[in-house]
Design a protein around this ligand. Structure first.
Ligand code: GLU
Length: 421
């Protein structure tokens, strides 16, 4: 393991470790290795914002572009108190590999602002977003760098990004950002896309392992966009959701939770998830260790670590979050024979429909939801097959296989482009 044990929770180190393993297996030449290891650009901006109380606060924001080799860079913007440059760097690299795994013509980027959106009023949030976008406007664009939502951001924030950028370039430019509201060039199916993509991967894994979808026990950690849409769709498809959790805590019921009612409880009635009637209350961390067939960590990074990986009790681990498993936990999970659907494949449904949104914006013609979902299904199924085929022929785990597929695609594009000296 190339990383020091005290750095286990540094996601950048985790991302690096997988990249290094995959690059070595691929026999990647040294020059290409260094080219792909480092980001193309890292921008830090300090964002002065007038507060409703009258004062001014200065927030720190980042935008890291890891790669534009295969096309304009793509990746979300995260608003959270614990955002760091290392985290944004790792997430940017993961976007490069994710877009390459599903073979969409984008590179990778990520943005973040250190702030707690829950503590900001709507107008403060708007000012943070607009000033952050304005500071970066020279670097953004439908052919340059295209943001999207991530933790702590949503479609309204994307609408403000679109408006601010459009005001700067003096023309309405919907394709500069994805995950927008439907009234502003958003795509049908985008909201559900990450959860749907995740379910498509689970369907494939279940079929591959000869399991049955009906009654298959699923635990989902995280009830934000990814976790709640995945719970709902999987519940409707016959899976049995036995546990769910959000920041307030978790809920476990071996007889199954009605995810449609839970969705309404949390998002409709705005009530606390663990208070949902009919289940045992647990911490969000503890639900990861209950027995199940499919475990879906869809909250945040570093949930499954070398300390606790031995307690995971599932047949399929499908990662909805980015980086929920540390590199140190990988061999423990692998030894247990768990079938892993790695984050760069498992949660790639979101960016895939972002790509479809960008295509629709640029052609000015919008598709029916069925068409969007069909495209998504085709992309996800094909990508899943590619990763599994690679894992089997090269005798590596699915995670390293996914990295190899991705790195190989970026390396091929890089060789074709050559280096502009
Ligand atoms: N934030 C999402 C992700 O991590 C979506 C990114 C996008 O659509 O550009 O994949």
């Amino acid at each position: 393991m190339p990383i020091a044990v005290q750095d286990e929770l540094n996601v950048y180190e985790s991302a690096e470790a997988r990249f290094e393993t995959a690059a070595a297996k691929l026999g990647l030449e040294q020059g290409l290795y260094y080219y792909m290891k480092y980001p193309e650009r890292e921008v830090t901006v300090y964002i002065p914002v007038s507060l409703d109380t009258g004062g001014i606060a200065v927030f720190t924001g980042y935008r890291v572009v890891h790669s534009t080799v295969r096309g304009p860079s793509k990746g979300g913007i995260r608003f959270a108190p614990n955002v760091s440059l290392d985290e944004v760097r790792a997430l940017a690299a993961w976007m490069t590999w994710k877009c390459a795994v599903v073979n969409i013509p984008f590179g990778g980027a990520k943005g973040g602002v250190i702030c707690d959106p829950a503590k900001l009023s709507k107008s403060e949030l708007e000012r943070v977003t607009r000033r952050y976008t304005a500071s970066l406007s020279d670097f953004l664009g439908p052919e340059r760098d295209i943001p999207a939502p991530d933790i702590g951001t949503n479609d309204q924030i994307m609408a403000w990004v679109m408006d601010t950028y459009s005001m700067h370039v003096r023309q309405a430019t919907t394709a500069v950002v994805t995950g927008k509201p439907l009234d502003l060039g958003g795509s049908l199916g985008r909201k559900e896309a990450t959860g749907r993509g995740l379910m498509i991967c689970c369907n494939k894994a279940v079929a591959k392992l000869g399991m049955k979808r009906e009654g298959c026990r699923v635990i989902i950690q995280g009830f934000g966009n990814v976790g709640s849409e995945a719970s709902l769709l999987m519940h409707q498809a016959g899976y049995k959701i036995v546990a769910a959790a959000d920041v307030n805590g978790g809920l476990y019921n071996e007889r199954g939770i009605d995810a449609a009612k839970l969705y309404d409880w949390v998002h409709g009635q705005q009530r606390s998830l663990p208070e949902f009637p009919g289940g045992e209350k647990l911490t969000a961390r503890e639900i990861l260790f209950r027995p199940c067939d499919i475990l879906v960590p869809a909250a945040t990074e570093n949930q499954i670590t070398s300390e606790n990986a031995h307690r995971v009790d599932c047949r399929i681990l499908c990662e909805g979050a980015n980086g929920p498993t540390t590199a140190y936990a990988d061999p423990i999970i692998e030894k247990k024979g768990i079938f892993v659907i790695p984050d760069i494949l498992g949660n790639a449904g979101g960016v895939t429909v972002s790509y479809l949104e960008w295509v629709q914006d640029r052609q000015g013609f919008f598709w029916r939801e069925r068409e969007v979902n069909e495209h998504l299904e085709e992309v996800m199924e094909h990508s899943f097959d590619e990763v599994v085929r690679y894992a089997e022929t090269h005798r590596v785990g699915n995670r390293i296989a996914a990295y190899i597929v991705a790195i190989d695609r970026v390396a091929r594009a890089l060789k074709l482009r050559g280096f502009y000296a």
